[in-house]
Design a protein around this ligand. Structure first.
Ligand SMILES: [Zn+2]
Length: 81
């Protein structure tokens, strides 16, 4: 299995993750993780593979592959989040 994320979706996901990570240590109301694009469940964790080629959502187990263009779009969005 493995849907792929478009650059636009990857950008959105990474931006949301960036917001979530920035809020984490100090916020009394942590920002929830972005939901899975397929099943809309809230994951307990989102893991980016070390080489940046895929994202795994905890809970539902969906995995999305990232083309290089999608990864770059995501990282750029995360930096500017
Ligand atoms: Zn899912």
């Amino acid at each position: 299995m493995g849907a792929s994320l478009t650059p636009a979706r990857a950008a959105r996901l990474f931006a949301d993750l960036g917001t979530q990570q920035q809020a984490f240590p100090s916020s009394a109301r942590p920002v929830p993780l972005p939901h899975c694009p397929v099943c809309r469940r809230r994951p307990s964790s989102i893991v980016l593979k070390a080489d940046g080629s895929a994202v795994d959502f905890g809970e539902c187990g969906h995995r999305f592959t990232l083309a290089r263009s999608a990864l770059l779009a995501g990282l750029a969005a995360q930096r500017s989040a």
